[in-house]
Ligand binder design. Sequence first.
Ligand SMILES: C[S@@+](CC[C@H](N)C(=O)[O-])C[C@H]1O[C@@H](n2cnc3c(N)ncnc32)[C@H](O)[C@@H]1O
Length: 247
Amino acid sequence: MVAKVDADAWVRTYLDPVLPSTPGARVLDVGAGPGHIAEAVLRARPAAEVVAFDGNPERLAAGGPAGTRLQRRSGDARALPLADGSFDVVYSRLMLQYVAEREAAVAEMARVTRPGGTVVLFDLDGQLVWHDPVGPELRALLDPVTNALAAAGFDPHTGRRLYGLARRAGLTDLDVRVDPYHLIAGRIDPVQRGQWELKLDIARPLIARALGSPAAGEAAVAAFLAHLDSEETLTYSVAFTVTGRRR
Ligand SMILES: C[S@@+](CC[C@H](N)C(=O)[O-])C[C@H]1O[C@@H](n2cnc3c(N)ncnc32)[C@H](O)[C@@H]1O
């Protein structure tokens, strides 16, 4: 299986400036999945205490073993079973796009951060949406699939909403950053193709449902991969990072 992210590089770029070096500093990853990023936080700050939190116990269990400095906990980000002000840094990477009640999730992240502590929100804008050119085969995939995802609470434009979410959660000193995330101009390279195949594998049941049959789903997946394999096409999305301080 192809790893979807270089976790150490992500931590260096987006978290390192706000991670305290003090022994016992507490860090919470909300929507941690298997906890690859949480593990990288611990590699960057071996004296920290890190909690990887996720709504799906199977995803959490797919990570490495927990240790005294890395706990894995499951529960709902909209009602964190964690004490007020109990973390120095709380971050969320690629989770809020799946949570329809994202105001509640960000409010919870702010609540469990200590006064003066930091919240980092990282999410995409334009994923699955921004391609050029979009021919009839690709259009036949994109519209039903993005509509089905929207009905399930997925918002492909979550990135641009992070600033407002952070403000409404009462965070201050907001810093907003935008970076390219997907950028595929011309034929996709084999590593990125593997990552998209993985993503499409996960989405296969939803694509089949949205298009009415597994066969229609397979044809649409093939059309999407053909788009990515073409020298003529461009696909991109951006990542927003909003960093704020709890009052
Ligand atoms: C795309 S994965 C991101 C995983 C990890 N943060 C990363 O960047 O690799 C999104 C994760 O958010 C979790 N998630 C979605 N809604 C959630 C909720 N309401 N509460 C807790 N976790 C949730 C999912 O179970 C999934 O593991």
